[in-house]
Design a protein around this ligand. Structure first.
Ligand code: PLP
Length: 379
């Protein structure tokens, strides 16, 4: 299928691939873990064994790669394993710059586990390019990691600006674009070298697959090392999950646009709610990242927002306890709306204020979502 088609068309038809053997519209799930050698001992068909690679996984990789404009894409058993594979592939002794506010479990790994592997990480406000530039050590810094918009305060980082800083210092730029999705942001086109997704979220979109992806600007030595880490550590996604991921991505464009429209409407209404002290959403004009998000996110602002309860932590937890339509659960990016008291899950040391509720707007009718959260906030 031609790359000239829009992301919505490419995803809807999963690049138009069919099962050539049966002419089935939907390609089958390839489960085989091993493959027959040719009589002369070669593997001309390409596949050898299930741990390094799999045909159904390649289908999902092709769709993500087309959406991100990538030269190569690798799918993993989770977003965490995708990110960790990239960090491991850098090798020991390198310096990494990462955001102060980012997905909490990955920040924990970088702060607590990476040093034992001689990966030295500095955490900075990546929203501030001057601070980012000061943190980079030319010659030593190998990778800048961004997450934008970033969990759970929804700061917006300038991908093109960070790419310039990284490349001037001889470093790579990698972007966790999970919450932006390839529909709203294309980091590789803005100069990033690698894009990471927790495909568990919007890409799959139905809260029934845990998966991750790395999409590379070039199929180069870095990509080859990550491929080797995935193979050695057995981090590849199972074919069943890869099949579900491809199926989920067929509706990615519709889902994320519906979620973003709901998030925008809820952000406006919640800004005027007596029980809400603050709404954190890049779509609101007073948000510090609003103008940048407007340029970088193609005029949309995604489906994630947070609110701070005027009554503090107890009021926030009480609100989450009273909703009936919103689901009180961790994760994000599914068709169903989720609400979560983030500080409870992040624990001590989290930059997340205790009065904060993170909202993942799903695709339900916004009036139903509003009635439920309005009533829950009122107590
Ligand atoms: N990045 C972001 C922004 C996330 O929200 C998450 C999970 O919540 C991850 C990475 C990790 O992904 P996974 O849970 O698929 O390992």
């Amino acid at each position: 299928m031609s790359d000239d088609f829009s992301p919505r068309t490419l995803a809807a038809q999963a690049l138009g691939r069919i099962d050539e053997d049966t002419r089935g519209l939907v390609p089958p799930v390839h489960l085989s873990t091993t493959f027959i050698r040719d009589p002369d001992n070669q593997y001309r068909a390409g596949d050898v064994y299930g741990r390094p690679d799999n045909a159904t996984v390649r289908e999902a990789e092709a769709v993500i790669g087309a959406l991100e404009g990538a030269a190569a894409t690798l799918v993993f058993g989770s977003g965490m394993s995708a990110a960790v594979a990239l960090f491991l592939s850098l090798g020991p002794g390198v310096h990494i710059v990462a955001p102060r506010v980012m997905y909490w479990a990955l920040r924990g790994w970088l702060a607590n586990d990476a040093p034992a592997l001689r990966l030295h990480v500095d955490f900075v406000e990546t929203e501030d390019l001057a601070e980012l530039k000061r943190a980079v050590r030319p010659g030593a810094t190998k990778l800048i990691w961004l997450e934008t918009p970033s969990n759970p305060l929804w700061g917006v980082s300038d991908i093109a600006g960070a790419a310039r800083i990284a490349h001037a210092a001889g470093a790579w730029l990698a972007v966790d674009s999970t919450c932006a999705t390839p529909i709203f942001t294309r980091p590789l086109a803005l100069g990033a070298d690698v894009v990471m997704h927790s495909a568990t979220k919007y890409l799959n979109g139905h809260s029934d697959v845990v998966a991750g992806a790395l999409a590379f600007a070039r199929d180069d030595a870095l990509c080859e090392r990550v491929r080797a880490v995935r193979k050695a550590h057995g981090l590849i996604l199972h074919p069943f999950e890869a099949f579900l991921l491809t199926r989920g991505m067929r509706t990615l464009d519709l889902r994320v646009r519906a979620s973003a429209a709901n998030a925008m409407e809820l952000a406006i209404r919640l800004s005027n709610h007596a029980a809400v002290a603050e709404v954190l959403y890049p779509g609101l004009p007073h948000h510090p990242g609003h103008q940048l998000a407007r340029r970088q996110m193609q005029g949309s602002f995604g489906g994630m927002l947070s609110i701070r309860a005027r009554g503090g932590a107890d009021a926030a937890i009480g609100t989450a306890a009273r909703v009936t339509l919103w689901k009180r659960a961790t994760s994000l990016g599914g068709v169903e709306s989720l609400i979560e008291h983030r500080a409870s899950i992040e624990g001590p040391g989290s930059p997340c204020p205790p009065d904060l509720l993170r909202l993942s707007a799903g695709i339900e009718d916004v009036e139903d979502l509003w009635r439920d959260i309005d009533r829950a906030l009122a107590g």
